[in-house]
Design a protein around this ligand. Sequence first.
Ligand code: PBE
Length: 300
Amino acid sequence: MKKWALMLFVLALSVGLVACNSDKASNEGNDSDSSKEAAIGESVDYEIVGIDPGAGLMKATGTAIDEYELTDWKLIEGSGAAMTAALKKAYDKEEPIIVTGWTPHWMFSKFDLKYLEDPKGVYGDAESIHSIARNGLQEDLPGAYQVLDQFNWTSEDMGSVMVMIEDGDSPEEAAATWVEENADQVATWTEGVNKVDGEEITIGYVAWASEIASTNVIGKVFEDLGYDVTLRQVEAGPMWTGVADGSLDAHIAGWLPATHADYYNEFEGDFEDLGANLEGTKIGLVVPAYMDVKSIEDLK
Ligand code: PBE
């Protein structure tokens, strides 16, 4: 290359670099909150990855969209499994994603995640999971009723079953392993309860990771006591309806007082609330920790 041509080339290159840099600088200077927030929205197509429409979490998220005036945002319906599949896919590529999430859930042990702050308190405070029996269960199946009444464990207990399932055990296998390894604790649930000979019991549940874990554990406990157990997977509405109309004997998936408040109020009187079997749950919007967003307010 001729000397002048080389000089021209170097000059062009440096002018280009300077232009690029000043572009970048002015962008940074303009980086107001609103452009950052628009960037978050755009980066996820203004979509919140939801779960099954009957979940209390979906209703709460609808309320959050209203209360925080997230007018451009859409809540995508799906299932718990579809939500975690989308989360895993995004997480593996370190892409942005916003999901509806809850605790206890194995996703917090597999991924580094955070809840978005909820300054308006739309998602409520920590709550409990209650055991809900049909009216008349105590007379018909007193032993089963007593087990449900005595059933009580922690988020860590439930979490360990969930992780076994996520790691590849079938729900039945994971439940059997947990029941075997925690015989002392299980003995407190079955204390004073006699074995039976094939009495039928039907427990309803929704295919949420947390309830797959708990329901299979309680199913295994009933099986070991001699019950003929059916675990019936349904949607959230039919789970509450089924206990109210007696087609299900019980469920152990009542998230209260807030998440299932509508179901609770609709059927009140038509079921028996046996109280909390697990305390300290949480629901909300969840993002990977690598995302630069802190609060639901930042989405507006
Ligand atoms: N969940 C899990 C349910 C209750 C259990 C939080 C997804 C719900 O939102 O109804």
